[in-house]
Ligand binder design. Structure first.
Ligand code: 4HU
Length: 445
């Protein structure tokens, strides 16, 4: 009871911060609300996933970059009412600067490309894996941080960029053991809705707001969406027309309604044709209801989803040809996606595809007597020099050491004992075969 009283827990769900610690001993051993600790087992899994992200990026000849988690708040102030900008993890730093823990990575990429100015060489193909944050009222108990793999192509205006990024997604899923039976990639284009809005002469300045509202379909009822659309100035007939087109799942149907010369239809037909050549057609489907929730998308948008419909979108992305001009500089055609580390892990668990990543070590070295610790350390140094991972164990009973060797899946147990050492030897036990032998110290490798 005494111990419990000194360690606060945060079982309360309200969002107020706990009172500042009154005594140095009062610490909350949990990580801050909505964040995670990664202990060795978790870290092995995270590194396994990130290694796949990196390997797929390498296969597509992307270069790795990194940006600060801390960014100027100004980079993320957008007026379209997106969830991501309404949940900024923002604050004022000690210098009075308005800063945020970044909620996404693309604006940082834009900032760096702008900084490079004319010296940026195109096409640019960059990827990064970085932690992103949101400040969401914990009443919903959701996470406040996740790691996101981002791949972006700048300087390619044709839908080849989208086709390449979708290829990356397909390769990643296949590497994880996920098939097109488990996951699909829904594809549409913001130009579809744009074409519909234009037929109703909706002013262009409303487009972004409409996209952000329409993206909430699925989270809100159709009536709520229609009401919100009307509230931002979309006449009811246009709302009905929009909702009608949003239900389209066939490109042919879309072409019938919009006509063959609409850019949206041409882009999508080209992308689906490219998919044939890559051999990943079975992974993708046209779905006009895909808009994605980021204000700056201007063209093709896509998201991967689990076909059992149990999880939130696995990843999402699209074309954003006019992001740079919103920061006051010349536009560069751009396309990218963000792929979070959480939903994919939920999917792998669902599918029984989470690998069993055990701790492993090559050697355990154990001096049987305290005066053999020096020789044992010499052996350890030599083995590590040869690139072997070595666990030097001391102050333990031999019985414990044998159990420990099993526990950490050691390859060999090297016992440094007096009688052997006098003859320049050590005793080696191969854990997998139980084979035991003596060997000259300088022949140990
Ligand atoms: O994908 C939206 C998002 C952004 C930042 C942090 C988290 Br958790 N989720």
């Amino acid at each position: 009871a005494a111990r419990a009283s000194t360690i606060a827990t945060h079982d309360d769900v309200d969002d107020a911060a706990p009172p500042a610690a009154t005594h140095p001993s009062v610490i909350d051993v949990n990580p801050p609300r909505g964040t995670r600790d990664f202990l060795p087992d978790d870290m092995r899994l995270r590194n396994w996933l990130f290694q796949h992200f990196r390997e797929v990026s390498r296969l597509l000849s992307f270069e790795e970059v990194d940006f600060p988690v801390l960014e100027s708040e100004a980079l993320f102030i957008r007026k379209a009412g997106e969830e991501i900008t309404q949940q900024l993890y923002n604050f004022e730093d000690k210098g009075g600067r308005r800063v945020v823990l970044r909620p996404e990575i693309t604006p940082s990429l834009a900032r760096v490309v702008i900084k490079q100015g004319k010296s940026v060489s195109l096409p640019l193909k960059w990827f990064t894996i970085g932690q992103c944050w949101r400040y969401e009222r914990m009443t919903r108990g959701r996470r406040r941080e996740h790691y996101q793999w981002n791949m972006d192509i700048l300087g390619v205006s044709r839908v080849r960029a989208e086709a390449e990024l979708i290829h990356a997604l397909v390769i990643l899923f296949e590497r994880l053991g996920i098939t097109s039976v488990d996951v699909g990639i829904r594809i549409s284009s913001r130009k579809v809705l744009q074409a519909v809005l234009q037929t109703y002469s909706i002013p262009e300045h409303l487009f972004t707001e409409v996209f952000v509202i329409v993206d909430k379909l699925g989270k809100f009822t159709r009536e709520e969406i229609e009401k919100e659309l009307v509230s931002v100035g979309v006449p009811l007939d246009a709302v009905k027309g929009l909702v009608e087109v949003l239900s389209f799942k066939s490109l042919a149907r879309l072409e019938d309604v919009l006509g063959p010369n609409v850019e949206a239809v041409a882009d999508l037909k080209q992308l689906f044709s490219m998919a044939e050549h890559y051999g990943y057609s079975q992974w993708i489907q046209f779905d006009a209801s895909v808009v994605r929730g980021l204000a700056y998308y201007t063209g093709i948008v896509f998201e991967a989803f689990d076909k059992e419909g149990k999880l939130r979108a696995i990843c999402g992305g699209g074309r954003y040809d006019r992001l740079l001009s919103t920061f006051g500089t010349d536009d560069i055609p751009a396309c990218g996606f963000g792929f979070g580390d959480a939903v994919i892990m939920e999917l792998l668990k669902e599918k029984g595809l989470v690998p069993d990543l055990i701790r492993q070590v090559d050697d355990i070295v154990f001096p049987l007597d305290v005066e053999l610790e020096g020789p044992a350390s010499k052996i350890v140094a030599s083995l590590r020099q040869k690139g072997r991972s070595v666990d030097l164990v001391e102050d333990k009973r031999l019985k414990w050491v044998f159990k420990h060797a099993e526990r950490i899946n050691a390859g060999r147990l090297i016992l440094v004992g007096n009688s052997e050492w006098q003859r320049g030897m050590v005793r080696v036990k191969i854990l997998s075969t139980r084979e035991e032998y003596e060997i000259k110290v300088d022949e140990l490798d």
